[in-house]
Design a protein around this ligand. Structure first.
Ligand code: NAD
Length: 497
C-alpha cells in the first residue's frame, strides 16, 4: 500500500505520525493509499524551513522568480495528463474534466509569470521640495493554503504560484481525500528550480489546520472548502492576527427567462449540473425557469437527457460523469434525495440505487432531478454537492431575483436570455460575486479574480489574479530627501507643502 509523503525543506519525507487516513479509488471503492496525518512537530519543521528559505527568495529579483514559473508551466504542460490521471484515480472525475482542471491551474502559473510587472510600484517626484516618494508591495513571509477535495490540483494553484512569485514561502495542506496530484505538481516545481523550503506540503486533518491557524510564523492563510469550516478558519486565523481569505460553499442558481433558447439552456444545465458529479463550487444546483410554460418545456428537455447520462469510471472514455468522492459523501447525497421526497418535492429522475456493472463497490449516484422545489425545503437551502438539480419555478423575473438575493450563499449565478436589458438589470441587482450571462459556469480567468459574496467568502480579498497579488503582499511607501534639500532647524508642525 502506498504511503503518501510530505514535502519539507525540499525533500519528500515520510511522516512519523501514527494517525492515518485512507485514500480510496471512488470508481472501485478500493483503498489505494494511506495518508499519515502530520504531527505538529512536522508542521513546525516545515514552517521553520520556509521561514529560513524565504529571506533570500524574497530578495531574489522578481524576474528570476518568474523564470521558475515559466519552467514550471512548461513542465506542467508536459505532464498534464499524468496529473489528470492522479486526480481521476483519487477524486473520480473523468479524464477530460481532470485535464480541464489542470489547464485552469496552469493559467494561474502563467499569470504568475508576469510578476515583475504585477509588483511594479508607483513613484512620485517632488511630493515636497526635493522630496520623492515611491510605493511598492512586499511579500508577507510564510503563508499557507488549505484546500478542498474537489479540485486537488487547481485550487492549490489558485494559491501557491502567485504567493511564491510574490516572494513568499508557502505551506500547503491539501485535502486528505486526494493528496497525490499536489505532490506530483510539487515534484515539477522543484524540477523547475524552486529553492528548497519555498513550497512545503504537509498532509493532515483538523489538527494540522488548527496548528497552521495558530502558528505565529505564518502570516496569511488562504482557505477553500465548505462554509462552516471557512467561517471557523476565518475566525480562528484572524484572532491569531493573520490575514485570512476563506472561500466557502455555494448554491448556484440559473435563471431561464421565457425568451431564452431552451435547448441551449438545457445543454448548459446538463454540463453545469452534472459535470464532475455536481462536486464543483460553481455547479448549477438550482434551475429557476420563469413562467409555467418555460418550466414545463425545460423539464421536458432535461428528463430524457438525465436518464441517458453516461456514468462511469475515468477509464471509460465515453463517461460524462464519475462517482462521488467517498462512500460517506455518496450516503449524504442520497440522504438529501430522501429528504427532498419527504418534504414534498417532485422527483422526476431518481439517481438512488444506481449500480454500474463491474463497479458495484464504487460510490456512484445517478443523475437526479427534482421539480417544484420551494425555498423552504432543505434541498434548496443546503449545498448538496452531488448530481442533483432542483427546479424552482418562479412566477416572474423579480421573484427569481429576490429568491437568489435572499439565499445565504452568493458564489456563482447565471441567467439565460436573449434580452440585453434584462441581462444588464440582472447583473446589476443580483447579490452574487460571479455572474454569467448565457454562461453557466462563470469562473473568472486567471487575470481576473475569483470570489463569491455573502457566506461563500469570508475576508476582504477574492482569490488569484490581481486580488491574489494584493492578498500575498503588503504596501510599503518610502519618502526620501537628500541632504541638499534639508533645511536646518527642527520643524514641530505637521509637514505640509
Ligand atoms: P471541507 O470543508 O470538508 O475541507 C476543506 C479543507 O478543510 C480540507 O483541507 C480539510 O482537511 C479541512 N477541514 C475539514 N474539516 C475541518 C475542521 N473541522 N477543522 C479544520 N479544518 C478542516 O471541504 P471539502 O469537502 O474538501 O470540499 C468541498 C467544499 O468546498 C464544498 O462546500 C465546496 O462548495 C467548497 N468549495 C468552494 C470553492 C470556492 O471557491 N468557493 C471551491 C472549491 C470547493
Amino acid at each position: 500500500m502506498d504511503v503518501i509523503e510530505n514535502a519539507i525543506g525540499g525533500k519528500r519525507v515520510r511522516s512519523a505520525s501514527t494517525r492515518r487516513s485512507a485514500v480510496y479509488n471512488p470508481a472501485t471503492g478500493e483503498q489505494i493509499a494511506e495518508l499519515p496525518l502530520s504531527t505538529n512537530a512536522e508542521i513546525d519543521q516545515a514552517v521553520a524551513s520556509a521561514k529560513a528559505a524565504q529571506v533570500s527568495w524574497g530578495a531574489t529579483p522578481p524576474l528570476k522568480r518568474a523564470r521558475v514559473m515559466f519552467r514550471f508551466k512548461e513542465l506542467l504542460d508536459k505532464h498534464a495528463a499524468d496529473i489528470a490521471r492522479e486526480i481521476s484515480r483519487e477524486h473520480g472525475k473523468t479524464h477530460d474534466d481532470a485535464l480541464g482542471e489542470v489547464q485552469r491551474g496552469i493559467e494561474c502559473v502563467e499569470y504568475a509569470c508576469g510578476i515583475p510587472e504585477l509588483l511594479k510600484g508607483t513613484f512620485s517626484r517632488n511630493v515636497g521640495p526635493a522630496i520623492d516618494s515611491y510605493a511598492d508591495r512586499q511579500p508577507l513571509g510564510v503563508v499557507a493554503g488549505i484546500t478542498p477535495f474537489n479540485f486537488p490540483a487547481m485550487v492549490p494553484m489558485w494559491m501557491y504560484p502567485g504567493a511564491i512569485a510574490c516572494g513568499n514561502a508557502f505551506i500547503l495542506k491539501p485535502s486528505e481525500r486526494d493528496p497525490s496530484a499536489p505532490m506530483l505538481a510539487w515534484n515539477l516545481i522543484m524540477e523547475a528550480g524552486l529553492p528548497e523550503g519555498i513550497l512545503n506540503v504537509v498532509h493532515g486533518d483538523k489538527e494540522a489546520v488548527d496548528h497552521i491557524l495558530d502558528h505565529p510564523d505564518i502570516k496569511a492563510v488562504s482557505f477553500v472548502g465548505s462554509t462552516p469550516i471557512a467561517e471557523y478558519v476565518y475566525r480562528r486565523g484572524t484572532t491569531a492576527g493573520k490575514r485570512v481569505q476563506a472561500l466557502g460553499g455555494a448554491k448556484n442558481h440559473m435563471v431561464i427567462l421565457p425568451d431564452a433558447d431552451l435547448d441551449q439552456a438545457a445543454d448548459a444545465l446538463m454540463g453545469a449540473g452534472y459535470g464532475s458529479a455536481g462536486e464543483r463550487c460553481m455547479a448549477i444546483s438550482v434551475a429557476v425557469p420563469v413562467g409555467e410554460k418555460t418550466a414545463d418545456a425545460l423539464v421536458e428537455r432535461l428528463k430524457p437527457r438525465i436518464e441517458k447520462l453516461k456514468i462511469g469510471p475515468a477509464s471509460d472514455k465515453d463517461a460524462e460523469m464519475g462517482p462521488l468522492v467517498t462512500a460517506m459523501h455518496r450516503d449524504k447525497v442520497v440522504g438529501y434525495i430522501d429528504k427532498g421526497v419527504e418534504e414534498g418535492a417532485e422527483l422526476v429522475v431518481d439517481g438512488r440505487g444506481f449500480k454500474l456493472q463491474g463497479y458495484e463497490n464504487g460510490y456512484y449516484v445517478g443523475g437526479t432531478l427534482f421539480d417544484r422545489v420551494t425555498p423552504e425545503m432543505t434541498i434548496y437551502k443546503e449545498e448538496i454537492f452531488g448530481p442533483v438539480l432542483s427546479v424552482v419555478r418562479a412566477g416572474e423575473y423579480a421573484e427569481a431575483v429576490k429568491m437568489i438575493n435572499d439565499h445565504e450563499y452568493g458564489n456563482g449565478v447565471a441567467i439565460f436570455t436573449r434580452d440585453g436589458d434584462a441581462a444588464r438589470d440582472f447583473a446589476d441587482k443580483i447579490e452574487v460575486g460571479m455572474v454569467g450571462v448565457n454562461v453557466p459556469i462563470p469562473v473568472p480567468v486567471a487575470y481576473h479574480s475569483f470570489g463569491g459574496w455573502k457566506r461563500s467568502l469570508f475576508g476582504d480579498h477574492s482569490i488569484y489574479g490581481p486580488e491574489g497579488v494584493h492578498f500575498y503582499t503588503r504596501l510599503k511607501t518610502v519618502t526620501t530627501r537628500w541632504p541638499a534639500g534639508i533645511k536646518s532647524g527642527a520643524q514641530f508642525t505637521f509637514p505640509t507643502l
